[in-house]
Design a binder for this molecule. Structure first.
Ligand code: NAP
Length: 385
């Protein structure tokens, strides 16, 4: 079997690092045909060298320029560079580990070119889930295999069964670092408190999203579009140990779950090798040692971001794109220590109240909604209104 030719988007990130670990374990099965990053070209250099990668894209033009002076292969830049990289005939499979809405167009482009996308970039489905599903329908040779651990778990539990046989999807959530904090202490939450995730080591944006529970909210919207299940039937259950990665309740009374130690190499490898299961050197679960697994309902008053995500998801159209873009701005401002943790949901709520939500018929509408939401969120945050 000739190796699958992978374009790895986000090679310098946390998903990128886990993907590289998987790829190192199976050099005969996978070959990296191209990589993309935002701006960290120096961090990319040893990766290009180790995997002998012929094509690299840096979104930032200055980074692309610096890279082209020291790298002998082809260097691309900007959104054009990302799109040309994913559509190239030398690529069979796009692993999208970009962070944020910037990942959406490359996902759509890869599907339009009939490729398989291993999707970690949940913001793609949140920004334009309906358009992505339309592209999948129009290009039946294309496919999405989810990489988010929860959606990989659901995908594995479904094992190809249709949404009509599903009663509900139960997405598990660790609850983040503030699960047991009293709400009165939320005013004093600092950036370093919020960056301490109890079970996963991830990029900064998703770590803050996990602390507000917006990550779970985005995953609810992602699950709705990926698996065609109504919002009423996509539920969240708090499971602090992150051992059960998610569950599917079938109409015959069976509740299927996928379990494992929390390590993103597992869903990444599954998405790369699907439907095969290859060997992988990761720790195994010892349930007798773990002893007990706990599950609770989420507290949507304490974590309003989860409620806002359900509301935006149910409204549909441009609402999820607006929520996502406003969240990206609010999280970035929190990471720059310009706003407090408790202001994140307040800004999102106000942006959604002001939004005129319309149907999402084209990618241009998603881009316009995203741009409006970013500007409005920034104005609201910096004016303190
Ligand atoms: N980390 C996890 O365990 C995990 C688990 C489930 C799902 N996810 C999802 O996976 C995605 C990636 O998360 P992450 O934690 O890996 O993020 P991360 O560590 O922040 O990495 C993001 C990657 O995207 C690149 N990037 C950022 N902006 C870009 C742009 N404009 N153009 C091209 N590349 C750009 C970054 O490049 P530079 O390094 O050059 O900035 C970096 O390689 C997110 O959607 C997240 O929700 C992550």
């Amino acid at each position: 079997m000739s190796p699958k030719r992978i374009a790895l988007l986000g090679a310098t990130g946390s998903i990128g690092a886990s993907a590289l670990k998987v790829l190192r374990q199976h050099p005969n099965r996978f070959h990296i045909a191209a990589v993309a990053v935002g701006r960290q070209w120096e961090k990319l250099l040893p990766i290009l060298e180790e995997f002998q990668i012929p094509v690299a894209a840096a979104y930032d033009p200055e980074a692309a320029d610096a890279l082209s002076k020291v790298f002998k292969g082809k260097v691309l830049s900007g959104m054009e560079g990302l799109l040309s990289l994913v559509s190239d005939a030398s690529v069979d499979y796009v692993l999208n580990g970009l962070v944020g809405a910037i990942g959406c167009r490359p996902t759509l482009e890869a599907l339009r070119c009939g490729k398989t996308v291993g999707l970690a970039n949940k913001e793609s489905m949140v920004m334009a889930g309906g358009l992505i599903n339309a592209a999948l329908k129009k290009h039946p040779e294309s496919a999405i295999i989810p990489i988010d651990s929860e959606h990989s778990a659901v995908f594995q539990c479904l094992a190809g069964r249709p949404a009509s046989e599903v009663e509900s999807i139960e997405l598990t959530a660790s609850g983040g670092p503030f699960r047991d904090w009293p709400e009165e202490k939320f005013d004093a939450i600092t950036k370093s408190d919020a960056l301490k995730h109890p079970t996963w080591v991830m990029g900064e944006k998703i770590t803050i999203d996990s602390a507000t529970l917006m990550n779970k909210g985005l995953e609810v919207i992602e699950a709705h579009y990926l698996f065609g299940v109504d919002f009423d039937n996509v539920r969240v259950v708090i499971h602090p140990k992150s051992i059960v990665h998610s569950m599917v309740q079938f109409r015959d009374g069976s509740l299927m779950a996928q379990l494992g130690c929390p390590d993103m190499q597992v869903p990444i490898q599954y998405a790369l090798a699907y439907p095969e299961r290859l060997s992988l050197q990761v720790p195994r679960l010892n349930l007798a040692e773990i002893g007990k697994l706990e599950f609770f309902s989420p507290d949507m008053d304490k974590f309003p971001c989860l409620r806002l995500a359900y509301e935006a998801g149910r409204k549909g159209g441009t609402a999820p794109a607006i929520l996502n873009a406003a969240n990206e701005v609010a999280v970035a401002l929190f990471l720059e220590e310009k706003i407090r943790f408790v202001e994140i949901p307040k800004i999102l709520e106000r942006v959604l109240e002001r939004a005129s939500i319309g149907p999402l018929l084209s990618f241009d509408e998603a881009v316009a909604a995203d741009a409006w939401a970013r500007e409005t969120a920034r104005e609201l945050a910096l004016s303190g209104s």
